[in-house]
Write a protein that binds this ligand. Structure first.
Ligand code: 2AL
Length: 247
């Protein structure tokens, strides 16, 4: 049995449940998905400040994870806390943006990202640079749909996202769409049928890649910067997240 820890970095429990449903729909029979969210932080992640707090929330969840996971997925498109989570566990840790970019680059020579608030585009652009996908991503497009508005998924929200995808495919001359929010997962099949191009939801992609790495017996390298955090006391509200000192 592969124990996959699925962290929704925002605190909206209904969104955690929806993300877990997506993950369980694609997970192998031998994968047990444990979904969780931080005990503190923003209800949605739509900017740098939200993301800074959410990254600490991801660190909290991965630090306190019980049982110790075989694979971890961080289900927010900014991949908050990814490096911190990799230090904290041996298991492979995947962010949904990272997973989606890899999948898209294997399916089309160029892809477009369609996301939520325009102000979050810079986050996706920085991740594309960081992961080395700036040559295969041909554009990042905001729809100005708030993350929590995706929960209601009104018909006009779907229409707005579909229109943005169509515009992106033409303007960018791209062959695939990456959906830039964990809250868009439920739209994937509908959009793929309508657009007739690969539409990649990072949650599903990350779950399948994480399963594959775990099944291959591969773990996060503990040589170098992903080694366990140095032993030390943490103060204040983070006291429970510190690393035991010897003796
Ligand atoms: C996200 C996401 O995936 N979850 C969240 O709260 N915000 N992404 C985004 N681009 O807004």
């Amino acid at each position: 049995m592969t124990h996959l820890l699925l962290i929704n970095p925002n605190t909206t429990a209904s969104m955690t449940a929806a993300i877990a449903e997506t993950a369980r729909a694609v997970a192998a029979a031998g994968t047990q998905v444990q979904a969780c969210q931080p005990t503190f932080g923003p209800v949605s992640i739509e900017g740098h400040f939200d993301e800074a707090i959410a990254a600490a929330g991801v660190a909290e969840q991965v630090r306190l994870a019980d049982p110790v996971p075989d694979a971890v997925v961080i289900a927010c498109f900014g991949d908050p806390g990814l490096d911190a989570a990799r230090e904290a566990v041996d298991a492979p840790v995947l962010g949904i943006a990272e997973a989606a970019f890899h999948a898209a680059a294997m399916l089309a020579s160029g892809f477009s990202v369609v996301t939520t608030m325009t102000r979050t585009c810079v986050t996706a652009e920085r991740l594309l640079q960081r992961y080395g996908f700036e040559r295969s991503c041909r554009g990042v497009h905001g729809t100005d749909i708030p993350v929590l508005a995706l929960e209601a998924m009104a018909r006009d929200t779907l229409a707005q996202i579909e229109a943005a995808c169509r515009q992106a495919l033409v303007a960018d001359r791209s062959g695939a769409i990456v959906l830039g929010c964990a809250g868009m997962a439920a739209l994937t099949q509908t959009l793929q049928q309508r657009l007739r191009v690969p539409v990649i939801d990072g949650v599903a992609a990350a779950v399948k890649f994480a399963e594959a790495l775990a099944a291959l017996g591969l773990t996060t390298s503990k040589r170098g910067d992903y080694a366990r955090p140095l032993p030390k006391r943490y103060d204040g509200w983070a006291a429970a997240l510190g690393w035991p000192t010897a003796g």
